[in-house]
Design a binder for this molecule. Structure first.
Ligand code: AMP
Ligand code: ZN
Length: 114
């Protein structure tokens, strides 16, 4: 989608520090990390947010969680643990309107609200 920052990253028009890539999924380091390890995992298909997922996207979303598991192994934080967050819409504080999952790791995470 034009004018979508993450679509531009997928197309290589904006650089990113890639962690994982296949034909459907891309993962890269967040530019403004909130933890020692802060990775964003996104579908290459433009989906605006969790609220915009359709039935046909469900396999892709399942796959993303498999990719997260694989990244945690490869990057060495599977055992110590991590947190996955997706901000959805205005009240969820979503700033980039392309579905993304934050992986936060590398320290004891604070501000636990649930
Ligand atoms: P959210 O607030 O959930 O929409 O998260 C958007 C995230 O994208 C933030 O954590 C930003 O730091 C991150 N971000 C913004 N621009 C870039 C970029 N060019 N490369 C990597 N991460 C980015
Ligand atoms: Zn997009």
């Amino acid at each position: 989608m034009e004018d979508c920052l993450f679509c531009k990253i997928i197309k290589g028009e904006i650089p990113s520090k890639k962690v994982y890539e296949d034909e459907e999924v891309l993962a890269f380091h967040d530019i403004n990390p909130e933890a020692p390890i802060h990775i964003l995992v996104i579908p290459k298909k433009h989906i605006t947010s969790l609220a915009h997922i359709t039935k046909e996207d469900e396999a892709l979303i399942g796959k993303i969680f498999g990719v997260i598991n694989k990244i945690s192994e490869e990057q060495g934080f599977k055992e110590d643990g991590y947190r996955v967050i997706t901000n959805c819409g205005k009240n969820g504080g979503q700033s980039i309107k392309h579905l993304h999952f934050h992986i936060l790791a590398g320290k004891m995470l604070g501000e636990k609200i649930l």
